[in-house]
Ligand binder design. Structure first.
Ligand SMILES: [Fe+2]
Length: 253
């Protein structure tokens, strides 16, 4: 395995996400700069002290995560935040975070990858979040029995699946929003869908979902947001001769 330069890797990744790189206050991209020469790249869903410990132990030079550390303005470098960056800087590990631009990516988004894993056809985006289509939509060629679908999802996509089965038993039209997508259910309902797949659930939506007779699969936030990371890892492996590793740190949520 070889070596690449941090700047080349950053340029390559920024190019992939160039469509939406400016959203979320420009906090996506290289969040903490580290060493210049990259031999090993680590991938994970969440940046955390657990991940940092593993990265140090496994000699990772560059971390790619979905949930990075700069979503809110920083007022002080203390407490938990200090611990998130102290060893990162000490070990000169680069931290690259890519949140919404990954969720919205036409090829690499978690939602598109989940749709592909389910075998959905006619995959496209709909809905409107500040002018951006953000809901993944796809159709089964032939209707699928919901119990068979639950079995398939349990075995292949999420071992933390929770369901609300208020709708049809035969499923054709599916909407997907990874992560905390339930709060966008009203946008989802702009289309007539048989099943909505998202990450986390919330008590507050139970009666609304029942009223609209909508089936919902909750994969768990973590299990709904691994798929885009795998896709970017594949892309890096195709283009760079460096060592890569996915760090699986599930939260069960
Ligand atoms: Fe998320």
């Amino acid at each position: 395995m070889g070596v690449t330069l941090r700047d080349e890797l950053v340029l390559f990744l920024n190019n992939i996400f160039s469509n939406h790189l400016g959203i979320e206050g420009g906090s996506n991209g290289l969040q903490v700069e580290g060493k210049e020469k990259i031999r090993k790249m680590g991938f994970a869903v969440d940046y955390s002290p657990d991940l940092l410990n593993l990265a140090v132990k496994e000699n990772v030079d560059f971390l790619f995560v979905h949930h990075g550390i700069f979503k809110k303005p920083i007022n002080s470098i203390s407490g938990y935040f200090y611990h998130l960056i102290r060893d990162l800087i000490k070990n000169e590990i680069n931290l690259y975070g890519m949140h919404l631009p990954l969720d919205l990516h036409p090829v690499h988004s978690h939602g598109v990858k989940i749709a592909e894993k389910l075998g959905l056809k006619n995959i496209e985006f709909y809905g409107n979040m500040e002018g951006i289509k953000f809901i993944v939509y796809g159709e089964f060629e032939r209707e699928k029995n919901i119990q068979e679908l639950i079995k398939y999802v349990n075995e292949n996509i999420s071992d933390t699946l929770y369901t609300h089965l208020f709708g049809k038993k035969e499923i054709k039209k599916v909407a997907i929003i990874s992560g905390s997508g339930i709060s966008y259910v009203r946008n989802v309902l702009e289309r007539d869908v048989d099943l909505f797949i998202t990450g986390e659930t919330s008590h507050s939506y139970y009666h609304l979902l029942k009223f609209h007779m909508l089936n919902v699969f909750y994969l768990g936030h973590y299990n709904s947001e691994k798929w885009g990371i795998f896709s970017i890892k594949d892309e890096v492996e195709k283009n760079f001769d460096i060592e890569t590793e996915f760090f699986d740190i599930p939260t069960g949520l």
